[in-house]
Ligand binder design. Structure first.
Ligand SMILES: CC(C)(COP(=O)(O)OP(=O)(O)OC[C@H]1O[C@@H](n2cnc3c(N)ncnc32)[C@H](O)[C@@H]1OP(=O)(O)O)[C@@H](O)C(=O)NCCC(=O)NCCS
Length: 305
């Protein structure tokens, strides 16, 4: 084998990451720069960067997630993808991590290749984990146009995230201490993206914060409708849906500037899937199923036996 054919995979740090940044998204690059637990593994052939795998593993966590894997089209089918996965496995095993999970869209152009590569490398059969719905003006028009003007019960008002005082933001963060709330539903659960202060809506009851529809800015033109949360004792009164409609109404006012949105519904949230099929489907531009696969890693000690 010529030296030019040797595939070298290694963990990247500092400025060594730069030549490989082209092989993942700007968002993942930003996460690698700012978020603890992100690791880049670069693949080179004859010193030329040809591929990148990125995984995330929080301190002390037993589990890691493969955030992205990409090989330059000219270097494919030469074992680079397999080399990257091997390097991900051995790096994680060295760190004592027990398993790794990955997700991808069922309708991505690369879905079949990624599935074949992971299957070839011993990952589990893919299963749907959630659905990502995307839309824009048509969806917002549909939601706002088909909804009655919201009349909140006495004592309730909507407020803007932008109008919360710093003390109230601390109160919002403290709500997690009192109420059971999935990490993704809590404002603290997102460390990288800014809250869209113009469109995020807070519900107050007698002045107290009782719920929110929170949007985050994925980029200048795209909002992620991240979390709809309502105090559990207020459920079943249509207040959650009113929050969502009010936030859509505010987004519609800015749609020239921020034309896109997406939101995610986890597998198993049947009520939400039914609601979307009945009420939102005509406005949605595209829905993609996020597929998930995983692999258990063999600890280094038992490997040596
Ligand atoms: C998937 C990908 C990483 C594979 O990289 P690669 O270097 O070509 O993979 P390898 O040469 O190591 O192939 C390993 C195995 O994967 C499978 N595989 C790879 N490409 C495949 C393809 N196009 N079709 C079917 N199987 C494929 C095969 O089982 C292959 O083994 P084989 O060559 O012995 O048949 C690469 O095709 C790629 O980067 N695709 C785009 C991925 C993408 O868009 N990522 C961004 C979102 S995360």
């Amino acid at each position: 084998m010529n030296a030019e054919d040797v595939i070298e995979c290694r963990v990247l740090t500092g400025f060594h990451c730069l030549p490989f940044a082209q092989y993942t998204t700007p968002h993942t690059n930003r996460r690698c720069e700012h978020e603890a637990g992100m690791t880049m593994i670069g693949a080179s052939i004859g010193g030329r960067p040809v591929g990148l795998a990125v995984f995330s593993c929080q301190n002390d966590s037993e589990k890691a997630s493969l955030e992205s894997i990409f090989v330059h089209p000219d270097a494919r089918r030469r074992g680079v993808g397999r080399g990257l996965l091997q390097a991900v496995d051995s790096t994680l095993v060295e760190r004592g991590v027990a398993g790794v999970t990955g997700t991808w869209y069922h309708d991505a152009r690369s879905a079949a290749m990624v599935e074949c590569l992971l299957a070839d490398f011993g990952w589990s059969d893919p299963v749907p984990s959630s659905t990502v719905h995307r839309g824009g003006r048509r969806l917002l028009d549909h939601v706002v146009g088909n909804s009655r003007v919201t009349r909140l019960p006495a004592g309730f008002v909507f407020d803007s995230w932008a109008d919360l005082s710093s003390d109230e933001i601390v109160q919002v963060l403290d709500l997690r201490e009192v109420h059971e709330m999935g990490v993704g539903l809590h404002p603290d659960g997102e460390t990288m993206l800014s809250v869209s202060s113009e469109t995020t809506v807070v519900l107050r009851r007698e002045g107290e914060i009782a719920g929110w529809m929170m949007h985050h800015e994925l980029d200048r033109e795209t909002l992620r409708y991240s979390s709809l949360w309502l105090r559990p004792d207020l459920a079943g009164r249509g207040l959650g849906i009113s929050l969502a409609i009010e936030s859509a109404r505010r987004h519609l006012g800015l749609v020239e500037r921020i034309p896109r949105l997406f939101f995610l519904v986890v597998e198993g949230n049947d009520a939400m899937h039914r609601f979307i099929a009945r009420r939102l489907q005509p406005g949605i531009d595209r829905s993609s199923i996020l597929m998930r696969s995983s692999k258990a890693l063999i600890p280094a000690s038992s490997d040596e036996k």
